[in-house]
Design a protein around this ligand. Structure first.
Ligand code: UD1
Length: 419
């Protein structure tokens, strides 16, 4: 079984470059189905989820060329005939559901198995389906499949009960070729949604207000090919900010957007971490004594749930009592038993965690239970006494490009063992 081995105690130094955002590139690859021409995605991150969603597209006969040397993905969906993507591939990754919107929009039909992905809660897709229904699609569910059919989609006003990222994106993509005007209210405001809207608009769509809670989409007849470079990954950047903090180091992170990192910067500042932003780089200096804090995960611009596990790892090493409330997913504390194996003092009560900082974490064998939990365990390993072995690292490979090499270049003792 592949694993990552980390030894704690090394101070980190130097610079690290951030890749493009996982949560941008996945919907953007899905959205390229809408185009009648070629789409080129530049600076694409080469991790597993990108390969899986590309294979999902290939399973409906899109032509996808991934150039790992230049980090480019070229997609031509002009000849798609098969409207039923491969079931096994779809099950591999929750983000596969992002092809529903483009498919109903362009072909008026899809049949897809319920998607898989990180096991961090039930993660239903009711809001996506309600949105498609409001645009005129008939939805049927049965035998593990969701099927949608529409003779033509027509714009409508859609209020989301919860600002779901995926539902906002899917409805936006479904509406771009619909007749008339669609308004999504209580839309998710994540930067990746704005990035997707920019990509759609470059293809010829008319999307206004993405990045706010009200998005207006005026349907157009056709979308053409385009070239796009997705935004930087704010969660990868946040993970490296915590890497600096948990090892009480000073590092420079290149490839950031200060606006997108505000919720993470604010919390690290509160803990006494010094942060300086210089253009698209950020200096993180955690040499002072750190203080415990309270965190509640919230939709953007609140503190991201995708940084909760990493932040918890850090708080385990900070003297005093910290509190974390997870409001987005109901089962996102699966890293806690693993951190406890390392000596962490964490108590869970429903969606609340109480963290008492300990003098030291101790290395042992732990299991990555999902993508961000896996990253958090690596970070704990960098701070722990002795050797930490992280297994089930396929979760980590889904959404980080070479995390161990990037950390090694910063001076961490870390290696991957492929068996
Ligand atoms: C996206 C991100 C993921 C991040 C999450 C929240 C991608 C590819 N993934 O996931 O990294 O953790 O946003 O920031 O962008 N919900 C419903 N019904 C629905 C849809 C969602 O009840 O139809 C609930 C979910 O169960 C969850 C909450 O809404 O409790 C948030 O989910 P959502 O924002 O949809 O997350 P994803 O788009 O799956």
């Amino acid at each position: 079984m592949n694993k990552i081995v980390a030894k704690g105690g090394n101070e980190l130094k130097g610079e690290v470059n951030i890749s493009s955002a996982k949560n941008s590139v996945l919907p953007i690859i899905a959205a390229s189905i809408l185009s009648s021409g070629k789409c080129v995605i530049e600076n694409a991150p080469m991790f597993e989820d990108v390969f899986v969603i590309s294979s999902v597209l290939e399973s409906i006969e899109s032509n996808v060329f991934i150039d790992k040397d230049t980090n480019k993905i070229i997609i031509d969906s002009s000849n798609v005939l098969n409207l039923q993507p491969d079931m096994d591939l779809v099950k591999k990754m929750r983000a596969s559901f992002l092809i529903m919107g483009p498919m109903i929009s362009k072909f008026g039909s899809f049949k897809i198995s319920f998607p898989g992905g990180c096991n961090i809660g039930t993660r239903p897709i009711d809001l996506h389906l309600k949105g498609f229904n409001a645009l005129g699609a008939d939805i049927s569910i049965g035998h593990g499949y969701v099927e949608a059919k529409a003779t033509s989609l027509k714009g409508n006003k859609i209020y989301l009960d919860f600002p779901s990222v995926g539902a906002t994106e899917n409805i936006m993509m479904a509406a771009v070729l619909a007749k008339g005007e669609t308004i999504i209210e209580n839309a998710a405001e994540e930067p990746e949604i704005e990035d997707l809207a920019n990509f759609l608009n470059k293809m010829g769509a008319n999307v206004i207000g993405a990045g706010t809670d009200t998005i207006k989409i005026i349907g157009v007849k056709e979308l053409k090919g385009t070239i796009h470079k997705p935004i930087y990954d704010r969660i990868e950047a946040g993970t490296f900010m915590i890497a600096a903090a948990i090892t009480r180091s000073k590092i420079k992170i290149n490839g950031i957007n200060e606006e997108h990192l505000k919720p993470i910067i604010a919390k690290l500042n509160e803990m006494n971490v010094d942060i300086d932003v210089i253009g698209e780089s950020i200096l993180v200096n955690a040499k002072k004594e750190l203080k415990p804090i309270d965190i509640k995960t919230m939709p953007y611009p609140g503190f991201p749930t995708d940084m909760q596990a990493q932040m918890m790892g850090l708080l385990c090493t900070v003297e005093g009592t910290s509190f974390i409330t997870e409001t987005i997913f109901e089962n996102r504390f699966m890293h806690v038993p693993e951190m406890k194996k390392m000596g962490a003092n964490i108590k869970i009560d429903g969606r609340n965690a109480v963290i008492e900082g300990v003098d030291k974490l101790t290395g042992c064998q732990v299991r990555a239970t999902d993508l961000r939990a896996g990253a958090a365990l690596i970070l704990c390993g960098l701070a722990a006494e002795g050797t930490t072995e992280i297994t089930d690292i396929y979760h980590i490979d889904r959404g980080y490009v070479n995390i161990e090499n990037k950390l090694k270049r910063l001076g961490a003792f870390i290696k991957r063992i492929d068996k």
